[in-house]
Write a protein that binds this ligand. Structure first.
Ligand SMILES: [Fe+2]
Ligand SMILES: [Fe+2]
Length: 479
């Protein structure tokens, strides 16, 4: 900052910390105005990041956050939960209406009584309960909207349904129930690809680094960082074109996260864990932008959405000038050369609920996790079943998948895979921590030090393996 800019900030009663004194600010008047609007009196790395709205642009290359929970407070009162569920229902209802091109005549459940026997009925409702009749194996669903509940019945559902999804059904009224002819989930549309002349731009997906754990795979992680800064020849034509590196939660191992964790910690202070991570990430060239989001091991509340990393604990990371801090879940668009890619990030804590409750997924194979992510996309919700993860009851439900992502990335389960649903790339981004005692006890085998990479030009995807001296292409086998 120029001296006159520093003087102007001082005249406006704003204290400037040394960490930002050297930053170039184009619009100092705009910055002062925004700081006053937010009642901020100290300009440090965190407030600068917040006030500038995290949007990053360099030439025509832009990163624009599109979903980001800003940390507003929730009211965990009965009314708070009612407001939360109403918002969730309305958002999903609107997505269903859009999916069916408005081509529906859905009525409120309370109005079913005015439909004659045998008449056609269309409803949009939230699944309150699902059961299978013991003899004829009919699926019986109790649907709910703001006006009441009703039973809908089908012989062949043809869709994977779970409690609390919002669905559309069309059927015939017989006695007090609806016999289903058609059922629709909000689902995502296929994102059509149009040919483009854009350059190759790679995004690397990382998560679950678990710095501070004795099992942190530090050598492989440093190998990845060396590869990103051009010190390794293998695949260097790719590393040169990496412009975005995602760190999708569980950046550090935290403290007191799981039973007897202390014996597996090499750094026992969470601030020191973030400081150590800073030293490593600082070696990544600054033209590669870091998108940093929290997970369940990070120093914030576990209920979702989780806000961006808390500067009290992770303050050192805010000194990384190439870092953009977002919430969990969050999404952002990368825009360049006429290409626009939407990337949805979710750390993945809620994936385990479906691993544990849907028997066919309990082996946690890569295809099982991909199926759960597909279930989320079809439901247009990160946690379709209430209770699958802890929720902050906010007035706006950030867990609704309101945009169709080009890439949906998760972590948490420490698997490494790339899959696809429709034209959306599904990624689970491995981990940088060897098997813990806790994982061993539950038979969980992590896939360590793999980095899924997606070319934003054409959504081609592959995974590089950094576990051994020789970097290789990872074939996705789970060992
Ligand atoms: Fe993790
Ligand atoms: Fe996790």
């Amino acid at each position: 900052m120029k001296q006159e800019q520093l003087d102007l900030l001082a005249q406006n009663g704003i204290l400037v910390t040394t960490s930002v004194k050297d930053k170039d600010i184009d619009d100092i008047d705009g910055l002062i105005k925004k700081m006053k609007e937010k009642n901020l009196l100290i300009l440090d790395s965190k407030s600068l990041h917040d006030v500038l709205g995290f949007e990053y642009s360099e030439g025509d290359f832009k990163i624009i956050p599109s979903k980001n929970y800003g940390g507003e407070k929730s009211t965990s009162s009965p009314q708070g939960w009612v407001d939360y569920f109403n918002d969730r229902f309305e958002q999903l209802r609107n997505l269903l209406i859009a999916r069916l091109n408005g081509n529906l005549r859905a009525i409120s459940i309370s109005n079913i009584k005015s439909i004659p026997q045998g008449g056609e009925v269309e409803i949009i409702g939230m699944i309150l309960d699902i059961s299978i009749s013991p003899i004829k194996k009919y699926t019986i669903i109790t649907l709910e909207d703001k006006t009441g509940t009703c039973k809908v019945i089908s012989k062949n559902i043809g869709e994977e349904l779970v409690k609390d999804q919002v669905i559309f059904v069309r059927g015939k009224k017989i006695n007090d129930a609806i016999f289903i002819d058609e059922i629709n989930l909000p689902d995502i549309p296929i994102k059509e690809e149009t040919p483009n002349q854009a350059d190759d731009v790679y995004t690397v997906f990382l998560s679950d680094i678990h710095v501070g754990s004795t099992l942190f795979a530090e050598k492989p992680f440093n190998r990845l960082v060396s590869w990103l800064n051009g010190s390794i020849d293998q695949f260097s034509e790719i590393s040169k074109k990496v412009k975005v590196v995602v760190l999708n939660g569980d950046l550090v191992d935290g403290v007191g996260i799981y039973p007897e964790q202390e014996g597996e910690l090499s750094i026992k202070d969470v601030i020191e864990q973030y400081n150590y991570l800073y030293e490593i990430l600082d070696k990544i060239p600054k033209d590669k932008k870091l998108i940093i989001t929290p997970g369940n091991h990070d120093a914030t509340h576990i209920a979702e959405p989780q806000p961006q990393l808390d500067p009290y604990f992770a303050g050192k990371l805010y000194n990384l000038e190439n870092a953009i801090f977002l919430s969990n879940p969050s999404s952002f668009n990368v825009v360049y050369d006429g290409v626009k890619r939407n990337i949805l990030l979710y750390h993945g804590f809620g994936l385990m609920y479906y691993v544990n409750t849907i028997q066919k997924y309990n082996k946690m194979r890569n295809e099982d996790i991909a199926s759960i992510m597909t279930l989320q996309l079809k439901s247009r919700h990160i946690a379709p079943t209430h209770g699958s993860t802890q929720i902050m009851p906010l007035k706006h439900d950030y867990l609704v998948i309101d945009e169709t992502p080009d890439i949906y990335a998760t972590g948490h389960v420490h698997n490494a895979f790339i899959s696809r649903y429709k034209n959306t790339v599904l990624v689970n981004s491995s981990c940088w921590q060897l098997q813990t005692k806790y994982q061993k006890k539950y038979g969980i085998f992590p896939q360590v030090a793999k980095a899924p990479i997606v070319n934003l030009k054409n959504k081609h995807a592959f995974t590089l393996d950094f576990l051994n001296e020789e970097i290789g292409v990872f074939n996705g086998e789970k060992t």
